[in-house]
Write a protein that binds this ligand. Structure first.
Ligand code: SAM
Length: 328
């Protein structure tokens, strides 16, 4: 069943900076705010699992509509902020620091009968990007860290200072989709022979020496993306989380995923297609057979993107794509 969505430019979809939490220096404007609520459909009596609490803007709105929220984030700073921001909601909000790859474990503990909605708003928060000391930004100087969960061992510094040139090139090509990946890897290895990389701007300058700037995008953006995705094993976590969602959603429960680049979106799109096909057909079979993995109805034929008002106000929304599905 496709839900009726108000059209682009509808006042319902204008975004307000007030939704950002700026308390305690934590700043993040949730993207596709109304669209997310539309598809998650929070209401009294429902339990929604927010797998990416971040600045807790989406979670606060879900609580505001009377649902209970189980919140997860792997970043202790995000979790601590969310706990303060949402404390007035009392027992309606519970949280755990966890990787969403462990979605099933957290749900088993906190909502053994399952949940009515799962939200995954992927990637990093503005707060993480703006905190130079976390090492995510290529515009402000910081250590080459990039860990969302600081208790993990692998950092971006370790990758650029120790990986073989071939492995670096493959990583930057596969997760950064950087066409100049080999030149970037060679430049990194050559430079580190003189002096190991320690700071983000140092690395950004090295990459910029071999990649031309196109438009306003910094030439090191794709390399930084690849490093961040590898440090946090982002695609693997998304895959694991998606595979466990069907088991924790009650019938009629909704899965809403917001992604920010093509590799993430492709994973989500393929997952939803595979789990919503009624039948599978193979040339060697005399006829199509029922799909044993059938679990969802897709609610968004095409990904939902930000309307003009939001695009003007929040540059992060430019690459956001929302896909939603309903548990059968
Ligand atoms: C884009 S922000 C979410 C923003 C949030 N929806 C809001 O309204 O403020 C993404 C958050 O997800 C967290 N995150 C990313 N990958 C994660 C994972 N595998 N497990 C748990 N949290 C994750 C990040 O630490 C970050 O805080």
């Amino acid at each position: 069943m496709l839900l009726a969505m108000p059209g682009l430019g509808h006042p319902l979809f204008s975004v307000s900076a007030e939704r950002a939490d700026t308390a305690g220096g934590f700043h993040h404007v949730p993207v596709l705010f109304e669209e997310t609520l539309h598809y998650l459909a929070p209401a009294p009596g429902k339990t929604i699992l927010d797998a990416t609490l971040g600045g807790a803007g989406h979670a606060e709105a879900v609580l505001g509509r009377g649902a209970r929220v189980i919140g997860i984030d792997r970043d202790p700073a995000a979790l601590a902020n969310a706990v303060v921001r949402l404390r007035s909601h009392g027992e309606a909000f519970v949280s755990r620091r966890a990787n969403f790859a462990e979605l099933a474990k957290v749900t088993e503990e906190l909502a053994p009968n399952g949940v009515d909605g799962v939200l995954m708003d992927l990637g990093v928060s503005s707060h993480q990007l703006d905190s130079a000391e976390r090492g995510f930004s290529l515009r402000s100087d910081g250590p080459l860290d990039m860990r969302m969960d600081p208790s993990e061992e692998l950092t971006a510094g370790e990758i650029v200072n120790t990986w073989e040139v071939e492995d670096l090139a493959n990583l930057i090509f596969e997760l950064g989709e950087e066409r100049r990946s080999r030149a970037v890897a060679r430049a990194i290895v050559q430079r580190r022979e003189e002096k190991a990389f320690e700071r983000t701007l140092d690395l950004a300058d090295c990459v910029a020496s071999v990649v031309k700037q196109v438009g306003r995008t910094h030439p090191a953006t794709r390399t930084f993306q690849a490093l961040r995705m590898r440090v946090n094993r982002e695609l693997e976590s998304i895959e694991e989380a998606l595979e466990s969602v069907a088991a924790i959603l009650k019938p009629g429960g909704r899965l809403v995923v917001i992604s920010f680049h093509s590799l993430e979106d492709r994973l989500v799109k393929r997952f939803m297609q595979r789990r919503s096909k009624k039948e599978i057909d193979r040339p060697e079979w005399p006829e199509a057979r029922p799909n044993p993995e059938l679990a969802f109805n897709i609610l968004t034929k095409r990904p939902v993107v930000a309307a003009k008002g939001e695009l003007d106000e929040n540059p992060r929304s430019r690459s956001a794509k929302l896909r939603a599905a309903e548990r059968i």
